[in-house]
Design a protein around this ligand. Structure first.
Ligand code: SF4
Length: 151
């Protein structure tokens, strides 16, 4: 079988890039793609460092942005720039595996807040949302739904 090029949320690969300085190492993900070319991807750590304040997705009018839970700072453009960098360097991805529930990487599992910090539902993280727009023809899934990719 052809060696695929798969971008994976770096914390699933054991990188200590989560907001709390930990990883979310996932043996099933690493095993599923052991014969593929893996591109680690973390859109938050290069912007905010590690450890860092938590961020959350806020629905503001018809837009979704990410802000720091303590600072209130809008990190949306900087995180989007990290997505653009991934796309620039790897326009030929075959699949993407993201970390569930993350404000950047979550796929339908990320809590969405209103401007008063109340949860109004669950949706995509902002990086995931952008990746789905840019790569409409490849499988984009999370570690909870690996069966969507033929491993
Ligand atoms: S979920 Fe995404 S943004 Fe958060 S640590 Fe993992 S790779 Fe980085």
């Amino acid at each position: 079988m052809k060696r695929r090029k798969v971008a994976v949320s770096a914390c699933l690969l054991g990188e200590l890039c989560r907001y709390d300085g930990q990883s979310k190492s996932d043996a099933a993900v690493m095993s599923a793609f052991k014969n593929d070319e893996i591109i680690p991807f973390c859109p938050e750590a290069p912007v905010l460092g590690t450890p860092r304040e938590r961020i959350c997705v806020i629905e503001k009018g018809d837009q979704r942005i990410v802000i720091g839970e303590e600072s209130g700072e809008d990190f949306t453009p900087a995180i989007m720039a990290q997505v653009d960098l991934l796309v620039l360097n790897h326009p030929d991805l075959d699949a993407i595996v993201l970390k569930s529930k993350s404000p950047s990487c979550g796929l339908g599992t990320t809590p969405i807040y209103d401007e008063n910090q109340k949860v109004i539902g669950f949706g995509d993280g902002i990086a995931a949302q952008r990746l789905k727009e840019i790569y409409p023809n490849i499988v984009i899934t999370d570690e909870l739904n690996l069966k969507e990719i033929e491993c």
